[in-house]
Ligand binder design. Structure first.
Ligand SMILES: C=CC1=C(C)c2cc3[nH]c(cc4nc(cc5[nH]c(cc1n2)c(C)c5CCC(=O)O)C(CCC(=O)O)=C4C)c(C)c3C=C
Ligand SMILES: [Fe+2]
Length: 418
């Protein structure tokens, strides 16, 4: 593990300090107003104000949103995640700038544990929906991404930014086994929100949506969770440790190699990353009837320890020759590339016809070059993966997540005002 990156990530976990709340109060004093109701006043979330960092648990910690890279990409995974996709409904650049300014201010506030004003005018709806008033920052992160249609929608340069499109942004090509629902796929803008508290995460998505009224519409929203003991790899709904191989690149050099976009990209994208998303339904009932041997052969790893076939421990180097030819991990390795996975499990409703539960994986990976790292891997897996009989890919999207922000900048500023 790289010390420098680690300490950066650690500083990202700093709790909300008194200083930050003073900063927020100062902004409040300057009378920033957004929309009709306005982000004009800020309320700290009760329990964390003025409490020193070491007395607070992870739920109280704040992850600053400013820096070289956006938070929520290599940030250690929080327990809850919402991924939302928006369609921009305005066509002029000025409105778009207003939307991104509003979203950026709300991100700044909410990731620091603040809220918008909750009601100094009884004749208006409160600016903030209020459900986080007594809650701390809960390691909330907000990650913005832009879909291909943001830059060019069916040949139309809506915002005059087609020339600013990043190198590898396009819709993920249709795969042979795809069973995609277009209503749950793609979009102009995505917002990934992660937090240690589900209510804090939902509050953020809900208020992003409110702030976008008249300027953007919510296309779809997915909610996910993961759970694991601190320091241990969390397990997916098939009961296997999921994310082990991320350890192969968790150094500053590794992230540069795997995650951060660089050469040839427009300036706004250098230090950003591509978010590849697949909603993969997992056929739990069928899986639960398969033998342990079949389950382990599917991945080429031991279910309990997570060790690769022929090895004893989870992080021992993989020897693909020990695995069945169609094992998921063997195929992933065969692609010869690494990606940074940050997946979450989801559960949904029961199919009334079968009694089966809609559940699975919100597969999310970050990479610097999806053409090289992600698409060939997906292609290989679609054709041969032992996991295929147990899964169905039901939604898909690719977004370009810009580099991080400096204080005072708004998201997409270096695209819209370049
Ligand atoms: C196209 C990329 C991938 C998709 C889609 C995908 C879906 C998927 N994966 C699991 C469970 C596991 N995946 C594991 C490893 C793994 N998976 C991918 C890529 C995709 N997975 C990669 C690149 C790797 C790492 C390979 C390596 O270098 O060793 C594992 C093993 C443990 C681990 O390393 O995380 C599991 C388990 C599911 C259930 C799923 C779709 C539902
Ligand atoms: Fe996988």
């Amino acid at each position: 593990m790289d010390k420098e990156k680690d300490s950066k990530e650690d500083s990202n976990k700093a709790s909300i300090s008194r200083r930050e709340f003073i900063k927020l109060s100062a902004i409040a004093g300057s009378g920033i107003a957004i929309g009709a109701a306005g982000i004009g006043l800020f309320g700290g979330r009760g329990s964390s104000q003025g409490v020193s960092s070491h007395t607070l648990d992870a739920k109280a910690e704040a992850v600053p949103m400013y820096g070289e890279h956006q938070a929520g990409i290599i940030t250690p995974q929080q327990t809850y995640m919402y991924l939302a996709s928006f369609r921009i409904t305005v066509s002029d650049r000025a409105s778009l700038i207003r939307l991104f300014r509003d979203w950026t201010r709300f991100s700044d506030l909410s990731t620091a544990g603040g809220t918008m004003q909750t009601g100094d005018n009884p004749l208006l709806p409160p600016s903030d929906t209020g459900e986080t008033l007594d809650l701390p920052a809960a390691r909330l992160t907000v990650t913005f991404g832009f879909g291909p249609s943001f830059f060019n929608e069916g040949g139309k340069d809506r915002f005059g930014i087609t020339a600013m499109a990043p190198l590898y942004l396009k819709d993920i090509p249709r795969m042979a086994r795809d069973n995609l629902n277009p209503a749950l796929s793609g979009g102009d803008v995505c917002i990934q929100v992660c937090a240690e508290d589900q209510q804090v995460a939902f509050h953020a998505i809900r208020n992003f949506t409110r702030l976008s009224t008249g300027m953007a519409a919510l296309n779809w929203m997915e909610e996910g969770f993961i759970s694991g003991t601190a320091g241990k790899t969390p397990r997916n709904l098939f009961g296997f440790k999921d994310g082990t191989a991320n350890a192969l690149h968790q150094t500053a050099a590794g992230y540069d190699e795997v995650v951060w976009a660089a050469d040839g990209e427009p300036d706004w994208m250098k230090g950003g990353s591509y978010l590849a998303y697949r909603k993969v339904r997992m056929l739990l009932e069928m899986w639960d009837r398969s033998s342990l041997t079949d389950q382990e052969d599917t991945f080429g790893r031991s279910k309990e320890s997570g060790a690769a076939y022929g090895k004893s421990n989870e992080f021992d180097p993989v020897d693909v020759s020990q695995m069945p030819a169609d094992a998921h991990v063997r195929l992933a390795k065969q692609a010869g590339q690494q990606i940074h996975r940050r997946a979450y499990s989801y559960t949904g409703s029961v199919d009334p016809r079968t009694g089966n539960v809609d559940a699975g994986l919100l597969f999310i990976s970050f990479q610097k070059n999806p053409d090289l790292q992600f698409l060939p891997m997906l292609q290989l897996m679609q054709n041969q993966d032992a996991l295929n009989p147990y899964t169905s890919h039901v939604a898909s999207a690719l977004f370009a997540c810009p580099k991080g922000l400096r204080e005072g900048q708004y998201i997409a500023q270096n695209i819209l005002e370049a």
